[in-house]
Design a protein around this ligand. Structure first.
Ligand SMILES: *Cc1c(COP(=O)(O)O)cnc(C)c1O
Length: 393
């Protein structure tokens, strides 16, 4: 695959595994085993069965009639919001718990921002009866109280990350620290296409079910398997990578990745990584991240906890630099308005993360018969408090 990973774990200039010596055995074990496990017939059968009967896949590709009329193109929504636990994150969590089981691991750790990945991980641990510890920023614990309760009810231990900005990046640091201290029995389920190789590749493969299904569904509904445009929001970039994966080598398909501009790209309160970032190393891989002149990570900001991350996955950094995908950004206000519009035009309340992708439709020009697919990465239930405060309901 032209935009895929090479033998050394790099996507162009990005990727690799920049890890402390003490993590080396864990990451090396994964690197040596993951492809064998993913290609094993027993693994594939169980993964596909759980995606079907437990997650509820295939998720529908919904032709949004009123949206299509409004924007003058054929707009399709890939309904990851309808998955069990409410977002795309469960696809990866299922893949990784099956992998951990086959590696003989007895304990799972994870980091979470919005709480969606934590809930997905706690869910699959309950499904398999495996101990689960989730690290979560103290601020995120406050903003996402219902997801914290869900994780606890599912039997997970939620540990607050109290350093730095007390959000996703700090939770990730804490999880890495735990893994270093528990190398033998613990598997770390990373929730996005970030981290040291092979994580970005492994997570992208688990999420690639999104574009695999989309191709078949488009063929069925339109007679063509390739759309003109594909849009997805980007935090670390896993729903976008899953949505782009099977279209990467079809250059006619325009890929649009929507980052969170927060209060504005130049406001000092933003998470628009490609606009503000430079090349460097974050959480074990070489990528693009927001950093100061002397390489300190800049605290990101977005109203949506899932997009509040200072970097992007290494494959996204490569797609950006190679200009294969276009990286744009949307402010908090624009996203919330788009969430309202989708609610009142199609009867679907989206996660605020997903609403960023929808907001970009306002800035695009379409031809009448363009086919456009948007990844509706999650449902808005977890964000009701934020919507209520903003719209003063
Ligand atoms: C976590 C999350 C995101 C952002 O994560 P990616 O890895 O960039 O996909 C987007 N949407 C929803 C609903 C999420 O829960």
């Amino acid at each position: 695959m032209r935009y895929g990973v090479n033998e050394q774990g790099y996507y162009g200039d990005f990727g690799g595994a920049y890890i402390p010596e003490m993590l080396y055995p864990n990451v090396e074990e994964l690197r040596q085993q993951y492809l064998n496990i993913l290609n094993d017939e027993g693994f594939k059968a169980e993964f596909n069965r759980l995606l079907k009967d437990y997650v509820g896949r295939p998720s529908p590709l919904y032709y949004a009639k009123r949206y299509s009329e409004k924007y003058g193109a054929n707009i399709f929504l890939k309904r990851e919001d309808l998955n069990h636990t409410g977002s795309h994150k469960i696809n990866n969590a299922i893949g990784q718990i099956l992998l951990a089981e086959r590696l003989g691991k007895k304990r799972i750790i994870a980091e979470t921002g919005a709480g969606q990945h934590g809930v997905a991980t706690a869910t699959v641990c309950a499904l398999k009866g495996i101990e689960c510890v989730v690290y979560m920023g103290e601020i995120d614990i406050q903003r996402q109280a219902p997801n914290v309760a869900r994780m606890k009810m599912l039997g997970a231990k939620v540990v607050p990350a109290t350093s730095g900005s007390k959000t996703l990046k700090d939770a990730t640091n804490e999880a890495m620290r735990d893994w270093i201290n528990n190398p033998v029995d613990t598997h770390y389920i990373i929730g996005s296409v970030v981290g040291p190789y092979p994580y970005p590749e492994m997570v992208a493969r688990f999420q690639s079910i999104i574009s695999e299904e989309t191709k078949n569904q488009l063929l069925e509904q339109t007679g063509k398997e390739l759309p003109d445009y594909v849009l997805a929001c980007v935090g670390g970039g896993s729903n976008a990578m899953g949505m782009f994966y099977h279209f990467l080598d079809d250059e006619a398909v325009k890929l649009i990745a929507v980052e969170a501009a927060g209060k504005g790209v130049d406001s000092g309160h933003s998470a628009a990584t490609t606009s503000l970032g430079k090349e460097g190393v974050l959480h074990g891989s070489r990528t693009i991240l927001m950093q100061t002149e002397d390489g300190q990570v800049v605290e990101p900001y977005s109203i949506s906890a899932g997009l509040d991350y200072p970097g992007i996955g290494p494959q996204h950094a490569h797609l950006y630099k190679a200009k294969r995908a276009q990286y744009v950004s949307i402010t908090d206000d624009e996203a919330l308005q788009a969430g309202l519009l989708l609610s009142q035009t199609e009867g679907i309340i989206p996660a605020i993360e997903s609403a960023h992708a929808f907001a970009y439709l306002e800035k695009m020009q379409f031809k009448k018969d363009d086919n456009v697919v948007i990844c509706l990465s999650g449902r808005g239930d977890k964000d009701l408090d934020t919507y209520i405060k903003y719209f003063k309901y």
